[in-house]
Design a protein around this ligand. Sequence first.
Ligand SMILES: *[C@@H]1O[C@H](CO)[C@@H](O)[C@H](O)[C@H]1NC(C)=O
Ligand SMILES: *[C@@H]1O[C@H](CO)[C@@H](O)[C@H](O)[C@H]1NC(C)=O
Ligand SMILES: *[C@@H]1O[C@H](CO)[C@@H](O)[C@H](O)[C@H]1NC(C)=O
Length: 247
Amino acid sequence: MEGYKVCVLAVVWVLIFSPVAHSWGVDGHLTVCRIAQSRLSEAAADAVKKLLPESAEGDLGSECSWADRVKFRYHWSSALHYIDTPDDLCTFQYNRDCKDEDGVMDRFNDLMNNAELVHTDNLTEALLFLSHFMGDIHQPLHVGFTSDRGGNTIDIHWYRTKTVLHHVWDTSMIETFETRSYDSNPDGLIAAIQANITGEWADQVKAWETCGSNVTTCPNRYASEGIKAACDWAYKGVSEDSVLQGK
Ligand SMILES: *[C@@H]1O[C@H](CO)[C@@H](O)[C@H](O)[C@H]1NC(C)=O
Ligand SMILES: *[C@@H]1O[C@H](CO)[C@@H](O)[C@H](O)[C@H]1NC(C)=O
Ligand SMILES: *[C@@H]1O[C@H](CO)[C@@H](O)[C@H](O)[C@H]1NC(C)=O
């Protein structure tokens, strides 16, 4: 059980000292999972429905923050929510950044292939982990710089509220956008993204779905895109005590 420090970015002190959510916020995960569920093949959709707990009422999105709630109960899982990359390099390299075997990248493939390898033989839990990590790895600062813990130690203001950069990308931005444009209802945002997937972004979809022959997940690519987005957007022009706001 040694070796959790690897693909790790979870910072225990943040979890302890701050009352709010620290992984991609509930709405972010819900959005990712609702969109994903709507795109499953019929067979996959059936399998997912069978695995979901009854309380989910068939909605994967409603359970997609489960992995955040079990970080303490399943202590081994807390390091799987993020990847540390070297400061300022803006690149991800599996061999450099995932030194131990217990990192999220390996878990992606494990989850797809063999649930036992993720310390659980419970396929419901395997599904909920995979769905959650798929969201986390796409939040740019979940693949972030090591010394600032993915923006967790960068104090900034979101409008007038004091918070940390990581939280802005997890939660504040999504909530502000939802409040302003969609009456605080995630369904509006989900519908708008879906409309882009079938419209504006349609010609990119094929590339999202195929990252190599015979692979069902593409975590290396997600992580590389994540740290690049972090540098191009999240970290860009931000310093301690910056004031950030929407356009
Ligand atoms: C599988 O995990 C879920 C979520 O933790 C739990 O509710 C369920 O009881 C578990 N099923 C079994 C058979 O242990
Ligand atoms: C949809 O795409 C347009 C054009 O790229 C973009 O401006 C808009 O923000 C997108 N909407 C959402 C909800 O992502
Ligand atoms: C992909 O899978 C097919 C069928 O299982 C196999 O014949 C082929 O060699 C595999 N290709 C690669 C690149 O692994």
